[in-house]
Design a protein around this ligand. Structure first.
Ligand code: ATP
Ligand code: MG
Ligand code: MG
Length: 379
């Protein structure tokens, strides 16, 4: 069997868990190299070789491509133009064209709307005057979003009334923006979906996401919704994978509105934080699934074996520096995963734990209570 060397743009926790999954597939993957600017990045600690450079550094992307048979990403901020220029010399999945569409929230939403996939109303913003004019149609509150390089809600400004319009616009000076209708959602959910290079598609069951300060705090698998909603979300996710043509795992974030409609919020062209529960809850983890997809192997089963709650461990506020190792007694269905980051920063993702319903009680409230107690114990 011919093994392949894998290159990953980004070597954070997602790259680390991909590298760990790759290690378990020695028949297919000979080694992993990551491109990441932070020395001793999490993926390198998991045994990957590291090129220390910016995600957008052209020479380093080329160097990564020379060392790799397949290139993939764990973040969406690689330079899609450089990657597009390499396509053909090395296999890159998801394709740089898919990446380019997803990297720009406006192009992404346009693409979805053109394919009749439901999204909140949105429009491009070209100037302050344009925003002043368009916001009257969208009404308050509305979201002004930076089109590129946004995460953890830092590229979003919720405009509550007319007096905030100018402040919002100035917040994103020098960046292209778009406006979006505020969705008064009753729940945030997501589907982890995979498509392999031969076009086979598989989706994981719908999960429920609870955010705090725009950062994911807890994922509940499966989501506490009617089957009608989970079927609708699954249909939307499959259709998205069908039209997007990308290979790999994608995290599709959605809103469930108060009148039970499902809208896509955004797509991540990579493994996703809301899929970390799959490490213990599912027959195939999202990390193995991503590798299977880009290697062209048949996709693994996405069956959820156990109801599971995933909880992120974030850096405490008001603290920057080395943190004392977090330990947890890993018994009774509790599984801790730390990311080996050198330094804690407020809100930085340092690790997560899964609380797995191995006794099959299906008592989500009890799982959430157990999660809350564990979280408080590690503060
Ligand atoms: P991520 O870290 O997930 O990449 P991001 O910076 O790309 O985040 P979004 O996912 O667009 O930002 O938004 C962050 C959060 O803000 C969403 O999870 C949701 O809670 C809220 N949000 C975004 N868009 C809307 C909207 N149109 N209406 C209501 N809430 C929204
Ligand atoms: Mg995003
Ligand atoms: Mg998001």
């Amino acid at each position: 069997m011919v093994t392949k060397s894998l290159g990953i743009i980004g070597g954070g926790q997602l790259g680390m868990m991909l590298a760990e999954a790759a290690k378990k597939m020695p028949d297919y993957i000979s080694g992993v190299t990551v491109l990441d600017p932070t020395p001793k990045c999490p993926a390198s600690i998991a045994g990957a070789k590291q090129i220390i450079a910016d995600f957008k550094d052209k020479n380093s992307i080329v160097e990564l491509s020379l060392q790799s048979d397949i290139i993939t990403y764990e973040i969406e901020s690689g330079d899609s133009k450089v990657l597009e220029s390499l396509h053909g010399e090395v296999s890159i999945n998801p394709s740089p064209t898919t990446l380019r569409i997803i990297q720009d929230k406006y192009l992404q939403k346009q693409f979805l709307r053109q394919n009749n996939i439901p999204v909140a109303e949105f429009d491009i913003i070209e100037s302050l005057e344009d925003l002043e004019k368009k916001i009257t149609k969208f009404q308050y509150p509305a979201l002004l979003k930076a089109r590129r390089d946004a995460y953890d809600g830092r590229g979003n400004f919720k405009i509550e009334n007319h007096s905030q319009v100018e402040t919002a616009y100035q917040q994103f000076t020098g960046r292209q923006t778009m406006i979006e209708k505020f969705v008064d959602f009753k729940m945030e959910v997501s589907v982890i979906a995979a498509r392999n290079i031969h076009g086979e598609i598989a989706t994981y069951p719908l999960v429920e996401n609870i955010h705090k300060n725009n950062i994911l705090e807890v994922t509940i698998a499966p989501a506490r919704v009617d089957s009608k909603i989970s079927l609708e979300a699954d249909k939307i996710a499959k259709k998205t994978m069908d039209v997007l043509h990308g290979a790999g795992v994608f995290g599709i974030e959605m809103f469930v509105t108060k009148d039970d409609k499902v809208l896509i919020n955004e797509i991540a062209p990579r493994v996703h934080n809301s899929g970390h529960h799959t490490l213990q809850s599912s027959e195939t983890s999202q990390f193995e699934q991503h590798l299977r997809a880009i290697l062209g192997l048949p996709l693994g089963s996405t069956r959820l074996k156990h109801t599971t709650v995933m909880c992120n461990i974030l850096g405490p506020k008001d603290f920057v520096g080395k943190y004392k190792p977090i330990t947890l007694e890993q018994k009774d269905g509790v599984y801790l995963k730390m990311y080996h980051k050198e330094e804690a920063k407020p809100q930085r993702k340092l690790g997560h734990f899964n609380v797995v319903d191995e006794q099959d009680t299906k008592d989500v409230d009890a799982l959430l209570e157990k999660t809350r107690k564990i979280k408080n114990s590690i503060k």
